[in-house]
Design a protein around this ligand. Structure first.
Ligand code: AOY
Length: 458
């Protein structure tokens, strides 16, 4: 059996249908970033969740039977599970979820504090279903936060390229090294795809099939090159380090090749092996050797590595007055890389006269895993209920944290000259930017990966 929607929730949600006021016929909820590390978020990943978990017939008699059994044992009580509610959806809606979801187009960057998505029931008997789906739908925090952070790093690197080098190199400045550092293959797929909204370099192969499967695109959105790991270098023995490097240049005689060079001494490798023994082979090669340090204090190791390579192999001065290595050689830093260290590394290079053109970054755990729902303080809250035929503005406003205040009423997202976007009551003027993407089991709008990349462009 595929995933059972009745089980894709928090246990307490099972008890909520009895807890709303008598006469409730509608629950309307919305999703926002309440603030956090970055001032705006790039919305991504809802289409995946809808296609994988919510479209079409989701409720079957087999799933109801499975849920009935599990919940009876889980709660030690066979009266808690709302079997009649799910049987109603099976009978009245042929197992399709009577829900409407509106959302901002994927790839759109919206200031924090705005509505990104709304969810409401379309059948008055199914008011309890809106927030039953919170647990699953709020998981869109993850791709949205990965896309947001990756895009912020793109802005940071672009600033240094503008000042010291050539912005045309931006697409390959941040390579995804994160597959091994995430909690699951599913996370690697989702997070890896989120990064590819902003960049074109990745080693997370499953992101490629994820894009094909859920963002109807047959084009290739992620690229990589041959590259060494420590085992392929150290298996030659320390005394044969130069032979291991020479073999890399022989096996890959053209295009790009990356070689991790810190197995014993990155500075000796750059000065004596790349800089003397293999210098002529590098300079006559039809392509670029990318040297990868992988230990030490990133900003110091990157500067010293570039300075040694430049002194031994050569460099020029670009039109902005910054030093650029001979085109046969570049550096990639993949250790200790995050938003903060990238700024420190590029600032240190700039202060010493070096262009950002010399360097690319690999980012692993910090790209795909060193973030959580609180990085951008995501929340899903009810803002309107209909009880006994009357609309009620619903909100929370805790004295213990005013930052957790939620919005009231039916909402829409409108374009604002100053802010970019702002959230207003649905009754106010202005065209709603939220698009109905899901209604009663049907995907009413879908986005290709190309469109999403265009929406996210800087
Ligand atoms: N990949 C650019 C291509 C990829 C990698 C992947 C963990 C690459 C290394 C490189 O140059 O060095 C996962 C660590 C490294």
């Amino acid at each position: 059996m595929e995933q059972n929607i009745i089980l894709l929730t928090d246990s307490y949600k099972l008890s909520h249908y009895k807890q709303y006021p008598t006469g409730t016929t509608e629950i309307y909820s919305y999703f926002e970033s309440r603030g956090g590390k970055f001032p705006a978020v790039t919305f991504f990943g809802l289409q995946y969740l809808l296609k994988k978990y919510l479209l079409g017939v989701q409720v079957t008699s087999e799933k109801i039977a499975q849920a009935e059994k599990i919940y009876a044992a889980h709660f030690g009580n066979d009266k808690l599970f709302y079997k009649e509610g799910w049987e109603y959806i099976l009978k009245t809606h042929d197992g399709k979820l009577p829900i409407r979801i509106k959302a901002v187009p994927e790839g759109t960057t919206v200031p924090v504090g705005n509505v990104l998505m709304t969810v409401e029931n379309t059948d008055p008997n199914c008011f309890w279903l809106t927030n039953f789906l919170e647990t699953l739908l709020v998981q869109v925090w993850y791709p949205t936060t990965v896309a947001t952070q990756s895009r912020e790093i793109k802005k940071l690197v672009l600033k240094y390229l503008q000042e010291t080098g050539d912005v045309r190199g931006i697409d390959f400045k941040l390579h995804d090294f994160g597959f091994r550092g995430v909690s699951s293959v599913e996370s690697a797929s989702i997070g890896g795809a989120s990064h590819l909204i902003n960049f074109m370099g990745t080693d997370t192969v499953v992101a490629l099939t994820f894009i094909q499967d859920y963002y109807d695109s047959s084009a290739m959105f992620g690229f990589s090159i041959p590259a060494a790991e420590h085992s392929t270098i150290t298996s030659w023995g320390q005394e044969n380090e130069a032979l291991a490097y020479e073999n890399m240049l022989t096996q890959y005689p053209d295009h790009l090749v990356a070689v991790v060079s810190d197995s014993y001494d990155i500075y000796n490798a750059c000065e004596k092996l790349w800089g003397e023994v293999l210098k002529d082979k590098i300079l006559t090669r039809k392509g670029t050797l990318v040297v990868r340090p992988d230990s030490g204090i990133p900003k110091d190791v990157v500067l010293k590595t570039i300075e040694i390579l430049a002194s031994k192999i050569g460099f020029t001065i670009n039109d902005k007055g910054f030093k650029v290595l001979d085109p046969h050689i570049r550096v990639i830093q993949g250790d200790g890389v995050d938003h903060e260290s990238i700024g420190l590394i590029l600032e240190n290079l700039k202060n010493n006269g070096w262009s950002a053109d010399n360097l690319a970054f690999g980012m692993g755990g910090a790209l795909l895993q060193k973030l959580d729902r609180d990085t951008q303080k995501f929340a899903f809250k009810c803002s309107e209920a209909v009880v006994n035929g009357e609309k009620r503005a619903v909100y929370k406003n805790p004295v213990t944290d005013l930052g957790k205040k939620s919005k009231k009423g039916r909402l829409k997202l409108v374009v604002d000259q100053q802010l970019g976007y702002k959230t207003v009551a649905e009754s106010e003027p202005g065209e709603d930017q939220l698009v109905t993407i899901f209604e009663n089991g049907v995907l009413t709008k879908s986005y290709s990966f190309e469109e999403i990349k265009t929406n996210a462009k800087i």
